[in-house]
Ligand binder design. Structure first.
Ligand SMILES: CCCCCCCCC/C=C/C(=O)SCCNC(=O)CCNC(=O)[C@H](O)C(C)(C)COP(=O)(O)OP(=O)(O)OC[C@H]1O[C@@H](n2cnc3c(N)ncnc32)[C@H](O)[C@@H]1OP(=O)(O)O
Ligand SMILES: NC(=O)C1=CN([C@@H]2O[C@H](COP(=O)(O)OP(=O)(O)OC[C@H]3O[C@@H](n4cnc5c(N)ncnc54)[C@H](OP(=O)(O)O)[C@@H]3O)[C@@H](O)[C@H]2O)C=CC1
Length: 260
């Protein structure tokens, strides 16, 4: 994909991308790296991260693979301490890690609901707080971009994720107020259906039915999400904070319920 951005847009900056070893996160890491950032990709499975880092490094980027479980506050704090001591302290944070399983709400166990909220909402908060504490203690500005979901029409079959991501949308607004005085902008991107291996667990016919209803009748590409993240993280968006940008081929109008 041709980039509209200057090649050295993020030169001198470090970007931390959670879930950066796979799918959308990998595309975000690659785009920010191509635009000059040093990139930390962080998730639970170190083997996947290391092979992703190898690919990016082979493309000439400076990349660090770092283990973290965003659900675990101690793991999050250990990551930020490590990055500071090793000279990879992030200027930009992309909260991309997340996910869920599909289930009718009536069948969800309390633990299943909690696990998804914990990952998507609590995890995003813990990462954002650790990032902001580090930036603010050193009087440095920063930018956070949260990856959420297209949820404007509700998401039947994903009550836990819809509720958690709606929480992140409002967290985005609230933190943008609280941290603006420290030069930290907080925004979000809400992707619709994006072609990644993460979709393997979803019913293909169901997905296709949803796509057939879209104004732009196709899945999105990870690179299209990455370009939006680059824009929101960059100085081109210096007067934008607290927003959630739909990136969904129009799914915010049709909803993610292909059966109706
Ligand atoms: C609809 C049309 C849309 C159509 C539109 C769809 C558009 C899709 C757009 C979105 C795409 C993506 O997000 S793609 C990204 C996909 N990637 C992912 O989802 C990966 C991340 N997901 C996960 O890690 C897991 O799903 C998650 C549950 C969050 C975390 O797992 P954990 O290992 O912590 O959890 P576990 O310990 O295994 O389980 C915790 C509880 O969750 C329950 N649980 C876990 N998986 C379960 C499952 N498949 N079905 C039922 N219940 C499950 C367990 O039974 C436990 O409850 P008890 O038994 O009671 O203890
Ligand atoms: N594909 C799509 O259509 C859409 C995706 N999204 C969202 O975009 C994001 C990326 O999804 P996608 O690339 O498709 O799917 P992936 O399954 O490839 O991405 C999920 C990433 O999150 C990481 N992750 C999961 N749990 C944790 C954890 N506890 N701590 C740290 N990292 C974790 C995973 O790595 P590991 O397992 O190694 O920890 C993985 O790299 C997700 O938040 C997803 O919900 C939103 C809308 C649509």
């Amino acid at each position: 994909m041709m980039s509209i951005f200057a090649k050295d847009l993020f030169k001198g900056q470090v970007a931390l991308v959670t879930g950066g070893g796979t799918g959308i996160g990998f595309a975000i890491a690659r785009t920010l790296g191509q635009l000059g950032a040093r990139v930390v990709i962080a998730a639970r499975a170190l083997d996947k991260l290391e092979s992703a880092a190898e690919q990016l490094t082979a493309g000439g980027m400076a990349v660090l693979a770092a283990e973290v479980n965003i659900r675990d506050a101690e793991s999050v704090n250990a990551l930020f301490a490590r990055l500071e001591s090793e000279g990879w302290q992030p200027d930009l944070l992309v909260n991309n890690a997340g996910g869920q399983f599909t289930s009718p709400a009536l069948s969800m166990s309390p633990n299943g609901f909690r696990a998804v909220v914990d990952l998507n909402l609590q995890g995003t908060f813990q990462m954002s707080q650790a990032f902001a504490r580090q930036r603010i203690s050193q009087a440095r500005p920063g930018s956070i971009v949260n990856i959420v979901l297209c949820l404007e029409q509700g998401i039947p079959g994903m009550a836990h994720a819809a509720a958690a991501r709606a929480g992140v949308v409002n967290l985005t607004k609230t933190l943008s107020w609280e941290w603006a005085e420290h030069g930290i902008r907080v925004n979000a991107v809400a992707p619709g259906t994006i072609a990644t291996s993460g979709l393997e667990n979803y019913d293909a016919d169901n997905l296709q039915a949803g796509i057939d209803r879209l104004p732009i009748r196709r899945m999105g590409q990870s690179e299209e999400v990455a370009e939006a993240v680059a824009y929101l993280a960059s100085p081109a968006a210096s007067f934008i904070t607290g927003i959630t940008l739909p990136l969904d081929g129009g799914e915010h109008m049709t909803g993610a319920n292909p059966q109706r």
